[in-house]
Design a protein around this ligand. Structure first.
Ligand code: SF4
Length: 63
């Protein structure tokens, strides 16, 4: 199964991924994106969030 992973060291906290795929990503208490449910949104929506990340810090990983 492929799951989205956020490199939190690179995340700028812009919130875009959480706007696009709110059931998958959420800004945490440190204002960086966290995966709350790797299958929270459909794959196309998660892909759109990945493609929209300005610092390109979200990627797919095989789990
Ligand atoms: S879009 Fe990228 S930089 Fe913005 S909050 Fe999400 S992971 Fe962080």
């Amino acid at each position: 199964m492929k799951v989205p992973v956020v490199n939190q060291d690179e995340c700028s906290g812009c919130g875009l991924c959480a706007d696009i795929a709110p059931n998958t990503f959420e800004l945490n208490a440190d204002d960086v994106s966290e995966v709350i449910d790797p299958q929270g949104d459909d794959e196309d929506t998660i892909q759109e969030a990945i493609d929209s990340c300005p610092v390109e810090c979200i990627s797919w990983e095989e789990k």
